[in-house]
Design a protein around this ligand. Structure first.
Ligand code: PEP
Ligand code: MN
Length: 357
């Protein structure tokens, strides 16, 4: 249920409403818009039935949230949410490109890629240290050694790092190194994993299951948020259909649908979406025009030598051309695209990044 306040509501009035709702055993979440504040009530709404909420000073309206997802639904927030990725805000005026190799391989290729993508306007660095692979005999990532290389890449490039976590037992370890925890397509409905990342305060990049509907994706986000971690970034990465010309069918329509249904930021992954490097620019341009908040793109210095997903990875020249070509689409969508290196580097990794809050 959400409580919408009148314009000009006072802080005392908000506190009183919260106290009364929380005294009934529910949690509250405050979202501030330009004129109004929305107080989201989380828990057993039956308990509020006898509370004359409309009579409380400052209350304008009380609405049930009819969607199966509550915290993730657009009604729950007064404005679109921005989620921090290190020093960068995802979901705001800036269109955020997160780029890097599919897998962390050698220190040489990883650092070279981080430096290059930073110089061309990427605002986040991606790379998997724990890789979900269809065959158990394929390269499955460097594990903790890969995480250490990512930490070095962050120091040298100034870019915050997104990396995948596949196992609830490794969430704490990966969260020490990552600025955002990626939940991959294959794990989108791994409920223990979703709950575990929900217990951290590290932002989560949640990729759509290749078999999942938009509602399934939003309910997966709800699992994370229900644990108290509201910092979720969604990612459309293509779904399985009868089409075989592309690795996945990139679901462009999911972007505006998600932007309508949720206040959370939405990225697009044109690399897995098409599975071929020639498709990355057109899918990226379309995603920007459709209202995506940014991209997750695979880049490798020598894609033909990549240990995973070389066929869909851009080389440096192709990534530079992508950033140049993207600019007018981003501008047309009313967003800004960074073109040069980040101004201020994020703090070097120091100690545990898991907060107890
Ligand atoms: C990836 O981003 O490298 C990845 C494995 O993606 P997905 O989970 O979408 O297949
Ligand atoms: Mn990949």
């Amino acid at each position: 249920m959400i409580i919408v306040t009148r314009p000009g509501v006072t802080e005392d009035e908000i506190d009183q409403i919260r106290e009364r709702v929380e005294a009934m055993g529910l949690r509250t979440h405050i979202s501030r818009g330009v004129a109004r504040v929305i107080i989201g009530c989380i828990g057993d709404e039956e308990r509020l039935r006898h509370l004359p909420l409309l009579r409380f000073p400052g209350v304008e309206a009380v609405h049930p949230v009819l969607k199966p997802y509550k915290l993730a639904s657009r009604e729950f927030a007064a404005a679109s949410t921005t989620v921090p990725l290190g020093p960068v805000q995802v979901g705001g005026a800036e269109f955020v490109v997160v780029a890097g190799p599919c897998s962390v391989e050698t220190e040489e290729t990883t650092l070279a890629t981080a430096r290059f993508v930073a110089s061309r306007g990427a605002r986040g660095f991606r790379g998997g240290a724990f890789k979900p692979r269809t065959s158990p005999y394929s390269f499955r990532g460097l594990g903790q050694e890969g995480l250490a290389i990512l930490a070095q890449a962050r120091r040298e490039s100034g870019l915050p790092v997104v990396t995948e976590v596949m196992d609830p037992r490794q969430v704490e370890l990966v969260a020490e190194y990552a600025d955002a925890l990626q939940i991959g397509s294959r794990n989108m409905q791994n409920f223990p994993l979703l709950s575990e990342v929900g217990r951290t305060r590290r932002p989560v990049l949640l990729k759509r299951g290749m078999w999942a509907t938009v509602t399934d994706l939003l309910l997966a986000a709800e699992y994370v948020m229900a644990q108290g971690n509201l910092q979720v970034i969604l990612c459309e990465r293509g779904i399985r259909t009868f089409e075989t010309a592309t690795r996945n069918t990139f679901d462009l329509a999911a972007i505006p649908v998600l932007k309508r249904e949720t206040h959370l930021p939405v990225l697009a992954d044109p690399s897995h979406g098409g599975g071929r490097r020639d498709l990355v620019p057109p899918l990226s341009f379309a995603a920007a025009a459709a209202g995506a908040d940014g991209l997750l793109v695979e880049v490798h210095p020598r894609p033909e030598e990549a240990w995973s997903d070389g066929e869909q990875s851009l080389d440096f020249g192709e990534f530079g051309a992508l950033m140049d070509g993207l600019a007018p689409f981003v501008a047309a969508a009313g967003r800004r695209l960074a073109q040069g290196p980040p101004q201020a580097a994020p703090p070097a990794d120091g100690g545990s990044r898991v907060s107890a809050e």
